[in-house]
Design a protein around this ligand. Structure first.
Ligand SMILES: Nc1ncnc2c1ncn2[C@@H]1O[C@H](COP(=O)(O)OP(=O)(O)OP(=O)(O)O)[C@@H](O)[C@H]1O
Ligand SMILES: [Mg+2]
Length: 314
């Protein structure tokens, strides 16, 4: 069997949307208008994903990330190009495809709102015909990776956003799919919950060998989980390589912010390959009093800006 689980060749997706006019007169005008514009949400993207990879699929707002995931999951049919997910065309073979994938769209739960989580699990087990033994083993694995008890008997509607996200991820992996799509799973979560979610994803990927496609605006997610990243912007792929390659090309990912004696903040970009944070602080302390420090990850948006500035391409 081939190692390539997703193959996209020159995939495009266009949306035809009405060019809206303002005001009441405009709205009436729109009713009869044939004034359309074409949005190229995904524009001639080719990529290959290998079994077991965790891919960071990044890009600014409106770049086409979610549209790509909808094409991969068979929700949308591409306007042009070829796509194979485990050898199938997802939009033509939605049922078979859905048996082999799991999906989490951040903030939109796929679970039964009023049911305790364990009952949602039971329904999913029946829908996907998960053998009893596999189901038990999976729950066992879940217990080893997260603290299941506080959420297992809780209805989803009573859960915090973090608990719901955990539950959604567990539900997506329950039938042991080959590929799981996570569209912004850590959005809106606090630092410690983000860390738990990352650990869970990493654990499931390691034990089950699941391929994971992860979209996120959080460079911390990417740093913790992804060896390879693909970046799209305005529908076009602008980068596809190991994250280490990006780091070696651009150096640092962190900005050290220091609050001095007079309460002013100074910032210094740290190239972690060349200097370490402690050294920078010690140097600074020779001249100034440091009252507070913050260490900031640079955002995916900044990474993208740097790619353009550096003229680096995929
Ligand atoms: N159903 C639709 N009809 C019309 N336009 C759409 C539709 N879905 C997406 N678009 C447009 O396609 C482009 C890509 O949207 P998409 O949701 O894929 O971006 P994204 O990278 O997921 O962004 P975000 O980071 O904000 O989630 C945007 O310009 C969006 O407005
Ligand atoms: Mg999106």
């Amino acid at each position: 069997m081939s190692n390539e689980v997703i193959v996209m060749k020159n995939i495009s997706k266009q949306f035809k949307v009405l060019n809206r006019h303002e005001g009441l007169k405009g709205s009436i005008q729109d009713l009869f208008s044939r004034d359309y514009k074409i949005i190229k949400a995904v524009d001639d993207v080719s990529l290959t994903v290998n079994k077991g990879e965790i891919i960071g699929y990044l890009g600014p707002n409106g770049a086409g990330k979610s549209t790509t995931i909808k094409i991969m999951t068979g929700v949308l049919e591409p306007s042009a190009g070829e796509i194979f997910v485990d050898g199938r065309m997802p939009y033509k073979d939605r049922t078979a495809n859905s048996e082999n994938i799991g999906v989490v769209f951040g903030q939109r739960s796929q679970l039964w709102w009023n049911l305790p989580l364990i009952e949602s699990f039971n329904l999913l087990r029946n829908i996907y015909l998960v053998p009893e033994k596999d189901y038990r083993n999976m729950l066992e694995l879940y217990r080893s990776l997260v603290d299941l008890e506080p959420i297992l008997h809780k209805p989803v509607r009573q859960m915090s956003l973090g608990q719901r996200t955990l539950s959604d991820i567990l539900a997506a992996f329950l039938h042991n799919p080959g590929i799981v799509f996570l569209d912004e799973p850590t959005i809106g979560l606090d630092v410690s919950m983000k860390a738990r979610i990352r650990e869970l994803i990493r654990g499931l990927n390691e034990v089950k060998g699941t391929t994971v496609i992860l979209t996120t605006h959080d460079m911390g997610d990417v740093d913790a989980l992804c060896k390879r990243i693909i970046i799209i912007d305005k529908g076009r792929k602008i980068y596809d390589n190991d994250i280490e390659h990006l780091k070696s090309y651009f150096g640092s990912y962190r900005t050290l912010r220091m609050r001095l004696g007079d309460d002013s903040w100074v910032e210094q970009v740290i190239d972690e390959k060349k200097t370490d944070v402690m050294h920078v602080m010690q140097e600074m302390q020779k001249e100034h009093k440091i009252k507070d420090i913050q260490l900031q990850e640079i955002s995916t948006e900044e990474v993208i800006r740097k790619i353009y500035e550096g003229g680096e391409s995929a």
